[in-house]
Design a protein around this ligand. Structure first.
Ligand SMILES: [Zn+2]
Length: 283
C-alpha cells in the first residue's frame, strides 16, 4: 500500500487580539478585531501550510504569507500595509515571515519547485492563507471554491477583508461543489476517488473548506483551516470572536468535532494552533 505524507509547515506568524480566535459567540466584534485594543495584549499564532505527498499528486494546502510582507525576514509595517492593501486590515492582523519560511523557500528546501505541485488548494481567501499564492503560481492548478470568491465584494467589510491582488494572475480556478459531504452538504472530491476531499465548513468565511486526506484503509487526517483556532476549539466548542455566520460556524465546528472524535481520525489540525509544531504525518 502506498504511503501518503502530510508535512505541516509554518509560513510565518500572524498577530491578532486574543478575542479573535477564542472570544466566543457573545464577543463584541470590535473587541475581537483588536483595532482599539492594547498592542501588548496581542498574541502571535502560527500560519500553517501543508504539503501533501499523495500517490496521485503533490498538493499544497494554503500558501501563507508572501515574502513581500517581511522583505528582510523582519517585521515591516510599511511593507505589510502595501502587501495587504489596506491599513484597517493591517490593524486587525499583522504578519511576520522570517527568512526561509515563505512557502516557496520551504518547498525549495525539500527540492520541490512550484511547478512540481499538482494542486494548490486555498481553503479560503483570507490574507494569511492566500497572500503568498503568487510564490507558487507555477503550480499546475490552483483551486478555491466559487462560494468563497462570491463573497469577496459582498459588503464594505468584505471589501476590506479581501484583496483580489493576492490571487489575480495566478491562474486560480473557482470550483463548484461536486459532492454532498459535510455540515452543509457541500464537498469537492479532488481526485474523484474520495481520497482528498474539500469539505465546505462555512461560518468564518462563506466558502471555506476543510481538507480531509484519507488512506485506503480509511484512516484520515483533517485539516480544518480556520473552522476553529486550536484543538480546544472543537473539544470545548469555543467559537472565535468574529464570524460571518454564527449558525453555520457552529454547525461546522460540530462537524469538525464529530470527525476529530472518529476513531479513524489520525490527526485533526487547525491552521493557527499554537500547540502544533511543524512535523510530518504518514498515512
Ligand atoms: Zn487564518
Amino acid at each position: 500500500m502506498s504511503t501518503i505524507s502530510i508535512h505541516v509547515m509554518h509560513a510565518g506568524k500572524v498577530c491578532v487580539a486574543p478575542a479573535l480566535p477564542f472570544g466566543g459567540s457573545d464577543c463584541n466584534p470590535l473587541k475581537a478585531s483588536g483595532v482599539f485594543g492594547r498592542p501588548s495584549n496581542r498574541i502571535w499564532l502560527p500560519v500553517s501550510t501543508y504539503l501533501v505527498e499523495h500517490p496521485k499528486g503533490r498538493i499544497l494546502v494554503d500558501a501563507g504569507w508572501h515574502r513581500e510582507m517581511s522583505p528582510n525576514g523582519r517585521f515591516d509595517r510599511r511593507a505589510q500595509i502595501r502587501s495587504l492593501g489596506s491599513i484597517p486590515l493591517y490593524l486587525v492582523n499583522q504578519g511576520l515571515l522570517p527568512e526561509g519560511e515563505a512557502v516557496d523557500e520551504q518547498l525549495a528546501e525539500r527540492g520541490i519547485a512550484p511547478a512540481d505541485l499538482d494542486f494548490v488548494l486555498a481553503t479560503h481567501l483570507d490574507c494569511d492563507h492566500v497572500n503568498g499564492l503568487k510564490q507558487v503560481a507555477q503550480a499546475r492548478r490552483i483551486l478555491a471554491s466559487r462560494d468563497e470568491v462570491a463573497s469577496v465584494r459582498k459588503d464594505a467589510k468584505a471589501r476590506i477583508r479581501y484583496n483580489s491582488a493576492w490571487w489575480e494572475g495566478t491562474g486560480i480556478e473557482f470550483f463548484d461543489w461536486n459532492g454532498t459531504e459535510g455540515p452543509v452538504g457541500k464537498s469537492y472530491d479532488v481526485f474523484g476517488d474520495g481520497s482528498v476531499a474539500c469539505v465546505a465548513i462555512p461560518g468564518h468565511a462563506d466558502g471555506m473548506f476543510a481538507v480531509r486526506v484519507r488512506a485506503e484503509d480509511g484512516r484520515f487526517v483533517l485539516l480544518f483551516a480556520d473552522g476553529g483556532y486550536a484543538s480546544r476549539s472543537w473539544q470545548e466548542m469555543i467559537e472565535p470572536g468574529i464570524a460571518n455566520d454564527r449558525v453555520q460556524l457552529r454547525a461546522s465546528l460540530a462537524w469538525i468535532r464529530e470527525q476529530s472524535l472518529d476513531p479513524l481520525c489520525v490527526a485533526s489540525l487547525a491552521n493557527h494552533d499554537d500547540d502544533v509544531e511543524p512535523h510530518t504525518i504518514k498515512l
